[in-house]
Design a binder for this molecule. Structure first.
Ligand code: HT7
Ligand code: ZN
Length: 880
């Protein structure tokens, strides 16, 4: 596939002012009549993108287009419109939604018809200048068989509907806001609705709807509540109101990603809509709230102001992720206090470190605004989304909440209704605050995770503490504008007021330092004893902090750091150090030992009743394997797993009584409610259960089995099931799995959990069944399906990503299985295939023996001629 470059951006010669779409809907043969009112903007032909369409007719101003005026191109067609300045172009196409296994464009799922147009799906529905900088007014007529498709939805407002002859009916939808084609949507199916009317802040009445399949109405309330909370939050925080009379969310079972922010008609993967206590965990509830919010917030950051081109994707995604993170943090803090906010920040950073740091250190590394791509679908990445959100967060930190809000207001006042760039956004922030952000813009063009090296020196005689902070950028790029929040902790554990050389009075205990040079030296005065630095508080910049700290210091910060993020981070650093040392022993065949100092510090956190259970749960959770592997050279997943098994066992054995005591004390009385305080108690209890089962503590295993097979809610049930499956208690695990299967065999979303937990299962004894054998057997399970992305992510994704020791098997069987899955998925659904293909991109970090086995499979795949551009781009980059 050709490489598309950012610097080649050119506006099109023609734009579309308004478009009338008429759909004669049918699962196998849908006919689309598309009338575009086109307007000239420059010299050149009308460029229309088209993919896989059967063209029935094409006319300009009512006249069939002559062969000589038409040129077929790699991406569609070009029409020479002569000297005209306006033209009515009508194109009729036919498509087969049932054959659309890629789930891009118009597709058939569970008896209904759904669309997914971002990034380039609209061209699979009709011929159109399918680029985000072409913003048109859409009127959509849907016509279909009433029995098969009783509900007909599209963007905007319903302006007419009625019956037609032959058992058919129609609906006409008008979207008052110009939009790019990627925000177009239609839904036709047999759905039921939960609805609510709300008043916006300015007093307009709006209709909110959540559409689901029959039988799921009792699972739609949480999504509806989340939508209302999102509306209120955006009004309060940014003064942004819902601009339509009607806002719809539709749940669909087959969907490539999480959800899609189509104007007024958000289409969601059902797993981010449906929840009731029996079927969804606290984590599911949390995800639903944040995904609903994310899509809702896109209405302003993405839809009202959209992207000029796909290189600017982080303009809408980074900003909207930041907005949804802030929303969730505010919601959690309102219900569970400031500690709940800290837990959210920790979870977000944990995710960044697990998913984005490895991406930024591998062959797919790219700046948050990439400079080139082959398949745009490959660039919906953790870098564009999560690192992009960190970049926006740094602006928020640098400008303050009020300054950031002023920047947002100015951005909307300049660019509402436009397709713009990241520069436009940062310029608005800069102008609104009178600050120069030119250097800050480098965050948009540098790839790789910067390192921040810190060195402190205490001079007792001068009562000074000197701190030198040095930036290291991976490509040797220019210095970044980096906000670093820091504090100094005194020997008794209290933060010291900070006075920098030259200042006359003592300042706050946490200071925000703006680094702009490669190296910066700070001198703190009036320091009576050697302090312990606490750097990058709140993770104020997305960097790797390199600071030499011995065990004593880490334990000290675990006990005293007043910044909850850094306190957690100290625990993580201690864990990383211990686990890497244990892994090195395991690799040499030596039995790994857990140091007493670590156990003592860990136990102190566990026993600290002043800390909320939710906080203790995150602080006592081991770093993700993917993050740990990132710290090892070479990465040895099998040795790492051996070390983790020993560590988990020891934590369960040595602190067994404490965990059992907590287990009893943390039980939550009464009916399930989704609330951060309750969720925190359940999280800590479930974590304890993991350690207890890992150690085979009889009482722990017994309680877990009772919970896994009892009549409680899903958070308890699944927590217990996970603890058993991730433990040597194989008989109890088998009983619990069978019970779970019997209860939920007909519930697709719950069965995804069942598939994933087995795919991710650790092997506690060498003679146990390897995960791969189980997965191969599960592929024939009646609830499994190769055409449903959720199933692929649950069974294969969990194996490739969440079970590194089993996937990176010494015999290479994991890699052969992977290659076979990619071959098959590549034909069905290239977007999903390419996501799965990415799991081996960092193969060069593995041990030499594993590298050889992985390379063999990657090379074999690259040698095949039918690879989709998506998969090819990933694999060719992997081979470098
Ligand atoms: N903006 C949405 C992106 C998306 C997507 C992209 C490629 C292929 C399928 C897709 N489904 C949704 C999701 C979001 O960020 O809100
Ligand atoms: Zn988004």
């Amino acid at each position: 596939a050709p490489t598309i470059r950012r610097i080649d951006y050119q506006p099109l010669a023609w734009t579309v002012q308004s478009v009338d779409l008429h759909f004669t809907l049918d699962a196998k043969a849908t006919v689309v009549r598309n009338r575009m009112h086109c307007e000239r903007r420059g010299a050149g032909p009308l460029v229309l993108m088209a993919e896989g369409l059967t063209r029935v007719s094409l006319t300009v101003d009512g006249v069939e287009v002559a062969e000589t005026a038409l040129r077929e191109t790699d991406t569609g067609l070009e029409i020479d419109l002569g000297e005209r300045d306006t033209a009515l172009v009508e194109v009729v196409t036919q498509i087969n939604p049932s054959a659309n296994t890629e789930l891009s464009g118009l597709y058939h799922s569970g008896g209904g018809l759904y669309t997914q147009c971002e990034a380039e799906g609209f061209r699979r529905i009709t011929c159109f200048p399918d680029r985000p900088d072409v913003m048109a007014r859409f009127t959509v007529t849907l016509e279909a068989d009433m029995a098969a498709f009783p509900v007909l939805l599209s963007n905007g407002n319903l302006v007419d509907s009625g019956d037609l002859d032959g058992g058919r009916h129609f609906a006409i939808w008008e979207d008052p806001f110009p939009k790019p084609s990627y925000l177009f949507a239609l839904v036709a199916g047999d759905l039921v609705v939960l609805e609510r009317t709300e008043k916006t802040r300015s007093g307009r009445e709006v209709l909110l709807q959540v559409w689901v399949e029959d039988g799921n109405l009792d699972r739609a309330d949480h999504a509806m509540d989340s939508l209302v909370h999102s509306m209120r939050w955006d009004e309060k925080t940014f003064g942004l109101e819902l601009d339509l009379d009607r806002y719809m969310i539709v749940a669909v079972s087959d969907f490539n990603m999480g959800a899609m922010e189509n104007k007024g008609l958000n289409i969601f993967n059902a797993k981010f809509v449906l929840a009731k206590p029996d079927t969804a965990t606290d984590v599911d509830y949390e995800h639903i709230e944040s995904v609903v919010a994310h899509e809702y917030f896109h209405n302003w950051t993405g839809n009202r102001v959209t992207c000029q081109d796909w290189f600017q994707l982080t303009l809408k995604e980074g900003l909207t992720v930041f907005r949804d993170q802030q929303f969730s943090a505010d919601m959690l803090a309102a219900a569970g206090g400031e500690s709940a906010r800290a837990v959210k920040r920790i979870e977000d950073v944990r995710m960044l470190r697990t998913a984005q740091f490895p991406e930024d250190a591998g062959p797919m590394a790219h700046p948050i605004r990439p400079d080139q791509y082959q398949a745009i679908d490959n660039f919906y990445t953790a870098t564009v989304y999560e690192k992009g959100a960190e970049v926006i967060r740094m602006l928020h930190t640098l400008l303050g909440a009020e300054g950031f809000r002023n920047g947002m207001d100015l951005y909307f006042s300049y660019h509402d209704g436009q397709a713009v760039t990241c520069d436009d956004f940062v310029e608005a922030m800069s102008e609104a605050n009178g600050v120069d952000l030119d250097q800050f813009m480098r965050w948009y063009s540098q790839r790789g995770t910067p390192r921040l090296l810190a060195e402190g020196r205490y001079d007792a005689a001068a009562r000074q503490y000197t701190l030198t902070l040095t930036q290291q950028r991976p490509d040797g790029d220019e210095a970044l504008h980096m906000p670093v929040a820091l504090g100094l902790i005194g020997p008794k554990g209290a933060d010291l007021p900070l006075t920098l050389a030259g200042e006359t009075s003592a300042g706050a205990t946490t200071r925000l330092i703006e680094l702009k040079d490669t190296s910066t030296t700070l001198v703190f005065e009036g320091i009576d004893a050697e302090p312990v630095p606490s750097l990058l508080r709140g993770f104020s910049a997305p960097v790797i902090l390199e600071l030499t700290e011995d065990d004593r210091r880490l334990a000290f910060r675990m006990a005293h750091d007043s910044d909850p993020f850094n306190r957690w981070d100290a625990a993580q650093r201690f864990m990383v150090r211990v686990i890497l040392a244990m892994t090195a022993d395991a690799a040499k065949g030596v039995l790994p030992q857990v140091p007493d100092a670590f156990m003592t510090a860990f136990g102190a956190l566990l026993h600290n009743e002043k800390l909320d259970p939710a906080y203790r749960a995150v602080a006592l959770t081991l770093p993700a394997e993917a993050y740990l592997l990132e710290q090892m050279t070479p990465a040895d997943p099998v040795a790492l797993r051996r070390a983790l098994i020993v560590l988990m066992r020891s934590i369960g054995e040595r602190l067994g009584d404490s965990w059992l005591g907590l287990d009893a004390r943390l039980s939550v009385a009464g009916e399930y409610r989704y609330h951060p305080t309750d969720a925190g108690r359940r999280a800590l209890r479930n974590l304890g259960q993991r350690y207890l089962c890992a150690a085979g503590v009889a009482k722990g295993v017994e309680r877990a089995l009772a919970r896994a097979t009892g009549e409680g809610h899903m958070t308890d049930r699944f927590g217990a099931l996970a603890a058993l499956v991730h433990s040597p208690a194989s008989a109890e695990a088998a009983t619990a799995l069978a019970d779970f299967e019997r209860r939920f065999a007909k519930d697709a979303l719950v069965m995804d959990k069942w598939f994933a937990i087995q795919a991710g299962a650790w092997r506690w004894i060498d003679s146990a069944e390897p995960a791969l054998a189980r997965i191969e057997a599960l592929m024939s399970h009646p609830a499994f399906s190769l055409s449903n992305p959720n199933k692929i992510y649950a069974l294969f994704g969990a194996y490739f990503r969440a079970n590194p020791a089993e996937f990176h098997r010494a015999d290479g069987a994991g890699y052969r299985f992977w290659a076979d899955r990619i071959r098959d998925l590549n034909k069905r659904n290239p977007q999903v295939a390419s996501r799965m293909a990415r799991v081996l991109e960092n193969w060069r970090r593995l041990t030499p023996a594993q590298q050889a086995l992985a390379r063999e499979q990657i090379e074999a795949l690259v040698g095949e001629k039918d690879l989709s551009p998506d998969v090819r781009e990933v694999l060719e980059k992997a081979l470098g």
